[in-house]
Write a protein that binds this ligand. Structure first.
Ligand code: ADP
Ligand code: MG
Ligand code: MG
Length: 883
């Protein structure tokens, strides 16, 4: 087996496509070397070796030693120095490098190969003893810390003490003798803590460092990181061994980091920092203030120190050329490390640069214009999930912030407003035109109207999937949840935090993207949906094959979704319509009615309201498809809960409160989620669905006439388990249709379909499809019923499951492809066996999750439907899934 891959001198055994084997760093060092960029020679020990090492209890195969010796002598020949040679020593760096960059892995060891003898050789040959001893002390510190486990701060303290003794501020003020003294102190430190001297044998040093890199794959920090980022344990890390180049050789040497474009705005410019006479991490470690690369940046930053462009014009020009080469070669923005040794430029790393969502968008669109990438590639470049940041208002970055608490970033967007502690108050003040932030310990379904009225929601309890978080995301409201340091006193109308008191009516600002809570008003900037954003969306629409609809049930949400490019409504829930204004009285009358006739009387009062609701939505969607789901939740949800409410309702309805309470008790269920809801309700009280169907048909005919077009409503029956349920209800819906058509003397086409949200429905989809024109997979309920986990109670144990790695992702956030997904696949397949042109869609949270959308594409669905603010995300994700 080839365990070792060499690079250097304009050639390499590896390529950039070998990241799996060589790690990201190793693959790109090889690539840069082959395209002729100046890379110090070196070799990469493969990630396979890491696997072997763990499979064999921390040993190495016999062949490794030989392969390393060979690769090492190549470096020696190239550099013209020998590893361990007292006169002319070769020094190397040992660097870890997994497939993806992974903080928490072993730090790099620089200057390896130095010992009491070679340091003298280095001093003599370089003619610079200060440099040699500086390198040696750096080496002992890094090796001591990283490989031998001697605490970092011990070295730092020794250095600080030395500087105090000498009365100097900066490392650069120390001379060769000082460094020599420090080396002695360091060696002593190691001996005290280890009980043995610092290893002098370069071979021992090398193997020690290699083993430390492999060993660091399994330290806790790295494991935690992998779990959080879904990185498989068996990937392993590679080890890179590379000839040292020295940025600490005096005024003509330097080290730096740069991006080929601005990573926060995406602007095409050289962006980065460098430090003269420094090594490795000095730039980022903040040892001295780094200098700018370009004159322009230096001027903008008002820095007195010269930029690289000014201090080293020739090397800078060369670096600029390298940036150009890298960008044309990689066709992406690069994040690079470089070192200048005695006026010569060396490249030490390149990778695709991390960037903000804004920058990702700008870079992708710019690169299409520059002819570097195609539209398809641009579509693939932007992470759909990151778009979320761009769709909401953000805090003005130049504004002052007085942060008083930090909670969870539960729903993106920034919002300012006055504090209201109850939903009713929030609603009342919002009606007056006030911007309100609803502050609650936690929210419940009864707070929905207040959440809707508020600009933002802040809770002191609850996680990322708490009621507040889920509902706020759905509505596109900013939300910070679980800000535990808030003490909320609803009665007193105040909250305290960190010794400060905030009263109702006081202004606060929340940032749902970071979790920050700020006192006072912080100005926000509106989302910009034109320009680059619009271009990318246009390309996405060109390449996707699935349609994107929205889950919306108010004119406002519908409008928002249309602006975001929704191509119809995939789920219009009708239940909240029953709560609005005075209607709830009619609804309660209907529930309390003793017989069908009484129920019909109450429903007749609701009919005009429902017709109005549907008309508005049909109008906004202007002929785009609209799927309306008939009433789903159990009736008791519409009854009052609190004593006071009971008596109020009783009074308004002229019934006695006792009667009302009894009825509520009758309707109470042990397990409402699996109780009398969905189509079961429609079967027990067909008149409810009949009223809804009538409202739909009447509204569709009327609005169709306004537009001079036909509207094709899609009526969806919830919680179907058997074909016969759907058959029973379909017959009634058809009868209503015929009656309405006759009354109005007009007809229209309409569809009747089924939610598929029970395992039985998916399994018998071939039968249900006989009565259905379309299916919509309700994956929220399907996840609940497949796992047997109630979404509202999952908070108690799902986080633990994720922590223990029993599941990797919350199945309510991203679809469980093996189980729930399999049911979707089965449902789609069997449904189409019976009805080949059956329209298939998904509604529920998963419709806006990029991974779930990729899955939907593979399952052959026709559309996804998601909350309004996720529509652009879904458009982009659907395009990526199709490409
Ligand atoms: P990380 O992955 O944390 O960036 P690196 O292996 O890239 O770790 O290295 C840490 C620092 O050491 C970087 O600044 C890098 O440029 C520098 N460095 C690594 N190898 C060499 C070398 N052979 N010569 C000079 N500097 C090096
Ligand atoms: Mg690096
Ligand atoms: Mg459901």
């Amino acid at each position: 087996t080839q365990w070792v891959y060499s690079f250097g001198d304009g050639a390499a055994e590896g390529t950039r496509d070998m990241k799996n084997l060589l790690g990201g760093k190793g693959a790109n060092l090889a690539e840069m070397s082959s395209i002729g960029l100046p890379v110090p020679p070196g070799f990469t020990i493969t990630t396979e070796m890491c696997g072997w090492y763990y499979d064999h209890g921390g040993r190495y195969p016999d062949t490794l030693d030989e392969q390393i010796s060979k690769a090492l002598s190549r470096i020696e020949n190239s550099v013209g120095a020998r590893f361990g040679d007292a006169e002319n020593p070769l020094l190397v760096s040992v660097r870890s490098g997994a497939r993806v960059s992974m903080p928490g892995m072993m730090d790099t060891v620089l200057n390896l190969g130095l010992n009491d003898k070679t340091v003298e050789g280095l001093a003599k040959r370089s003619g610079d003893p200060r440099f040699a001893w500086d390198s040696y002390r750096r080496f002992i510190q890094m090796y001591g810390d990283v490989v031998l486990g001697v605490a970092h701060h011990l070295f730092e303290e020794a250095l600080e003490n030395l500087k105090l003794d000498k009365g100097v501020d900066l490392d650069t003020d120390l001379d060769a003798n000082d460094w020599r003294d420090l080396v002695e102190i360091y060696k002593q430190e190691v001996k005290t803590h280890l009980g043995r001297p610092f290893p002098q044998d370069p071979q021992e040093q090398l193997w020690g460092a290699i083993s430390a890199v492999f060993g660091s794959w399994k330290i806790d920090r790295a494991k935690v990181y992998r779990r959080l980022h879904n990185i498989p344990e068996d990937w392993g890390t590679a080890v890179n061994v590379q000839a040292m180049v020295f940025g600490n050789m005096g005024e003509t040497s330097a080290t730096g980091v740069a991006f080929t474009r601005n990573p926060s705005t995406g602007e095409r410019m050289i962006y980065g920092e460098f430090l003269i006479n420094a090594q490795g991490e000095d730039v980022v470690a903040g040892i001295r203030t780094p200098q700018y690369l370009t004159r322009e940046a230096r001027e903008n930053g008002n820095s007195a120190k010269p930029s690289m462009e000014e201090a080293m014009p020739e090397v800078f020009a060369q670096l600029k050329g390298v940036f150009q080469t890298l960008e044309t070669h990689y066709r992406d923005m690069q994040d690079i490390e470089f070192t200048v040794q005695n006026g010569k430029l060396w490249m030490l790393q390149t990778r695709s640069g991390k960037r903000t969502a804004n920058a990702a968008l700008k870079i992708a669109v710019d690169m299409v214009a520059e002819g570097l990438i195609t539209e398809e590639e641009a579509v693939m470049r932007v992470d759909p999930a990151a778009l979320d940041q761009l769709l909401h208002p953000t805090l003005d970055p130049s504004a002052q912030r007085d942060v008083i608490a930090i909670g969870l970033p539960a729903s993106p967007g920034a919002a300012s407003g006055t504090v209201a502690f109850t939903a009713d108050e929030a609603e009342a003040r919002a009606k007056e035109g006030e911007a309100v932030i609803l502050v609650r310990v936690e929210t419940s379904p009864e707070d929905i109207h207040g959440m809707h009225a508020a600009r933002g929601i802040l809770t002191s309890r609850g996680g990322m999937t708490s009621h507040a978080a889920v509902v706020a995301r759905g509505m596109g409201r900013a939300c910070v949840s679980g800000a535990g340091s808030l003490r909320i006193d609803v009665k007193a109308g105040e909250m305290t935090v960190g010794g400060r008191t905030i009263y109702r009516g006081d202004t606060i600002t929340i940032d749902g993207g970071t979790g920050e809570v700020m006192a006072g008003h912080v100005p926000t900037l509106k989302a910009e949906l034109t320009g680059d954003f619009a271009s990318l969306m246009e390309w996405a629409d060109r390449y996707r094959t699935m349609a994107v609809r929205t889950n919306a049930d108010t004119p406002h949400d519908t409008e928002t979704a249309r602006n975001f490019g929704a191509e119809g409504i995939g789920l219009c829930r009708t239940e909240h319509m029953f709560f609005e204004g005075d209607r709830i009285i009619a609804v309660r009358q209907m529930i309390l009615a003793e017989d069908e006739e009484g129920r019909r009387r109450a429903l007749d009062k609701l009919l005009p309201y429902q017709r109005q609701d549907f008309s508005e939505i049909f109008r906004i969607m202007r002929g785009l498809p609209v799927t309306i789901r008939l009433l789903d939740p159990p009736l008791h949800e519409f009854l009052p809960r609190e004593e006071k409410e009971f008596s109020e309702v009783a009074m308004a309805m002229h019934v006695n409160a006792e009667h009302l309470r009894r009825r509520a008790l009758d309707l109470t269920e042990a397990n409402p989620m699996l109780g009398h809801r969905g189509c079961r309700l429609g079967i027990a009280y067909p008149e409810i669905y009949e009223m809804q169907a009538r409202a739909i048909f009447e509204a569709a005919l009327a609005v169709g006439e306004e537009f001079g077009a036909t509207i094709t409503p899609e009526i969806m029956v919830p919680l179907v388990a058997t074909e016969s349920e759907l058959a029973f209800l379909r017959e009634r819906i058809e009868a209503v249709a015929e009656t309405v058509f006759e009354e109005k003397g007009q007809r229209l086409t309409y569809l009747v379909g089924s939610m598929i949200e029970l395992p039985r429905a998916a399994l018998t989809a071939n039968e249900i499809a006989r009565k259905a024109d379309f299916f919509s997979f309700g994956t929220n309920d399907l996840t609940q019923t497949t796992f047997g986990i109630s979404r509202d109670d999952a908070g108690g144990f799902l986080p633990l499951y994720v922590e223990h790695g029993i599941i990797t992702r919350d199945p309510f956030v991203s679809i469980d492809q093996k189980g729930v997904g399999e049911l979707v696949r089965i449902g789609a397949e069997r449904g189409r066996e019976t009805t080949p042109d059956l329209k298939l869609g998904i509604c529920g949270e998963h419709g806006g999750d990029p991974d779930s959308i990729t899955f939907c594409q593979s399952a052959g669905l026709d559309y996804v439907s998601c909350s309004p603010f996720r529509v652009p995300i879904a458009r982009l994700a659907a395009a990526q899934a199709a490409l």
